[in-house]
Design a protein around this ligand. Sequence first.
Ligand SMILES: Nc1ncnc2c1ncn2[C@@H]1O[C@H](COP(=O)(O)OP(=O)(O)OP(=O)(O)O)[C@@H](O)[C@H]1O
Ligand SMILES: [Mg+2]
Length: 229
Amino acid sequence: MPVISFISPKGGVGKTTAATLMATQLARKTQVIIIDADPNRPILAWSQLSGCPANIRIVSDANQENILDKIEEAAAEAPFVVVDCEGTASLTVAYAIGASDLVVVPTQGSQLDAKQAAKALSLIKNTERQSRRPIPHAVLLTRTNPIIKPRTLSAIHEQLRAHGIRLFDTQLHEREAFKAMFSFGGALETLDPSQVANIDKAVANARAFVAEAIELLKNPDAVPAQEVA
Ligand SMILES: Nc1ncnc2c1ncn2[C@@H]1O[C@H](COP(=O)(O)OP(=O)(O)OP(=O)(O)O)[C@@H](O)[C@H]1O
Ligand SMILES: [Mg+2]
């Protein structure tokens, strides 16, 4: 049932990577439909490599005209729907936001990226106003270094928090395994450890992200941990 969309007007911030991680982790336990709403169809390409989990079905003919139907049909059929959007602020993206139970805004840790994330957040706010309902959403910092915490990143963290924007506690780190999924196909768990380093760390990272997203879906009004700390 729940629909989780990945949006950002900035290209290359990790939407498709995060969406695929979300879908493959959820698919360990249940059926997932991924709506590949990017005209470049990167998730369709991934699914055509070997090892796409049997629990995942890809809808690859979504466009501006039919996206709402596609999302509605998928939500009626599968326990989870993941929507991967293109890196622009199109009408398709706005429709996907309006039909979502959770919107994830992946962002890399530079000031420029934070500015683009602000655009995504204002698109969500406008959609909330238009639909007169709150749309749970949170920023996901991506491609961060698991060891070094640069000052720019802390500054961005603070800025977002100061504006009352929810951030996932989990950051998706820069990991070879996240890239490798798109070279070899399948999920993190089916990658070959002799070819890809630190798969276990990547799996732990992806699972922490998904667990937090599920928590947000269950309890969208809970005060984020970062504000309690
Ligand atoms: N956490 C990560 N660790 C390592 N590589 C990553 C990570 N996130 C993304 N990448 C790499 O960065 C590139 C862009 O990622 P991705 O395609 O997920 O971004 P996107 O936001 O979907 O881009 P687009 O706007 O073009 O759809 C890809 O080469 C991907 O493998
Ligand atoms: Mg993408």
